[in-house]
Design a protein around this ligand. Structure first.
Ligand code: SDX
Length: 377
């Protein structure tokens, strides 16, 4: 019989299309957004500038940035209908389910939904970019019995996001660390949630359907849900003195149970995730800012022990989770923060996929029962 065709499980290592949006290079452990190293963008740009770059392919000049900023401010806030739907959802609902539902509601109500011109899709993408902070911030507040906080036009994207979440003017150091996390989370080529968005866009479905599907993919702990899961591990290790010893004991027990250690490993980066040093610097600035050295002690001990025992390095979710915890975000809010950032990458890829106009439909190799026939009655 013919030789069994080779199966590429999980599409591991399989290039399935071109993209001009970002370049992930495991050999050089580097990541470029439209040709710019992500470390330079994190050090010198705001998330608004990086979002513009990912969508348009060029950094904005002053006039373009001012126009984009004005648009973003105009579309912040929560319309009555979306707020009403969020209020209908149980407080026990996972924040990722709330965000996914809110995006669906916005899509169901937008007359532009069926219009798939580049201009219409860019408009939808920018409106989602502007609205997600209100949705994520309100969802966290409603769980604490707190009212929605209206956006402030005098604050940039990240400062306003923190303002709407905590109801107080954020400190510059916190705004900067948050902005770095948004830049680092924004785009990463064909990761599972982005590829999901592309599959949906490849059928000529609409941008909101693609983002809704991508949110579903990102929720899983093997992907975006890992940043929340890192914090669950830190909580199991426990606070206070002696964290390093507890971290090692926790790890040995977890590995003995064959558990996946969240925040470690990566399908593409096998020598460490290019974004980790930049995010770790931001985390360490927050450890200083909030005077929580014991958190860094656990972080370092767990990373070192994971290196010694499994030779597996952290991915971006490992420093990102504790950083969001220090800032005061609830642990289940961490992955929605990832959504607020990655919506830029997802929508850039949706527009690129629509331009390439190629339905994504791989093959499968049948290994079920042989052909048979319904017995005559
Ligand atoms: C993100 O793709 C992207 O770019 C994603 C992302 C993005 O920006 O979009 O970078 C964001 O999702 C980062 C990854 C977050 N996920 C986690 O932190 C979850 C924990 N990580 C693992 O589940 C795992 O590392 C994956 C899923 C991330 C990658 O797994 P692979 O490439 O499929 O590798 P594998 O699972 O086959 O692991 C190879 C070996 C296995 O050992 P054996 O079964 O062969 O003995 O390494 C082991 C694995 O068990 N291993 C781990 C481990 N990661 C790999 N063992 C324990 N803990 C881990 N974290």
């Amino acid at each position: 019989d013919t030789a069994a065709p080779q199966i590429f499980k999980g599409l591991a290592g399989v290039p399935v299309d071109y993209t001009a949006i970002s370049k992930v290079n495991p050999e050089s452990n580097s990541l470029l957004y439209r040709g710019y190293p992500v470390q330079e963008l994190a050090a010198q740009c705001t998330f608004e500038e990086v979002a513009y770059l990912l969508w348009h392919g060029e950094l904005p000049n002053d006039a373009e940035l001012a126009e984009f900023g004005e648009f973003e401010r105009r579309h912040r806030g929560l319309d009555h209908q979306t707020k009403r739907i969020v209020d209908e959802l149980p407080l026990e609902a996972h924040p990722m389910d709330v965000v996914r539902t809110a995006v669906s509601v916005i899509g169901a109500s937008d007359p532009e939904t069926p219009v798939d011109t580049p201009e219409a899709n860019l408009d939808k993408a920018m409106r989602l970019f502007a609205k997600l902070p209100s949705i994520v911030a309100y969802d966290q507040r409603r769980r604490h019995g707190l009212e929605f906080v209206e956006p402030r036009d005098d604050l940039g994207y990240s400062a306003n996001f923190l303002w709407q979440t905590f109801g107080e003017a954020p400190e510059l150091a916190v705004v900067n660390a948050f902005d770095v996390s948004m830049i680092l989370y924004a785009e990463h080529s064909f990761n599972a949630s982005t590829f999901t968005a592309r599959v949906i866009a490849s059928t000529l479905s609409d941008l909101y359907s693609a983002v809704t599907g991508a949110i579903g993919a990102l929720k899983g702990p093997l992907h975006g849900g890992a940043n929340e899961a890192v914090m669950h591990a830190f909580a199991e290790i426990g606070p206070g003195e002696g964290g390093a010893e507890r971290a090692v004991a926790w790890l040995d027990a977890a590995l003995a149970e064959k558990r996946k250690i969240m925040g470690f490993g990566h399908r593409v980066y096998k020598n460490g995730d290019s974004r980790v040093p930049t995010m770790r610097d931001a985390m360490e600035r927050m450890v200083e800012h909030y005077e929580r050295p014991e958190l860094l002690e656990v972080y370092v001990a767990l990373e070192q022990a994971m290196g010694e025992r499994k030779n597996i390095k952290p991915n971006l979710d490992y420093p990102a989770g504790p950083t969001y915890h220090l800032m005061g975000f609830d642990t289940p809010t961490f992955t929605p923060l990832f959504v607020a950032s990655r919506v830029v990458g997802w929508t850039a890829h949706v527009m690129e996929q629509l331009a390439s106009n190629a339905l994504i439909r791989p093959l499968s190799v049948y290994n079920g029962v042989d052909e048979r026939h319904v017995p005559a009655k």
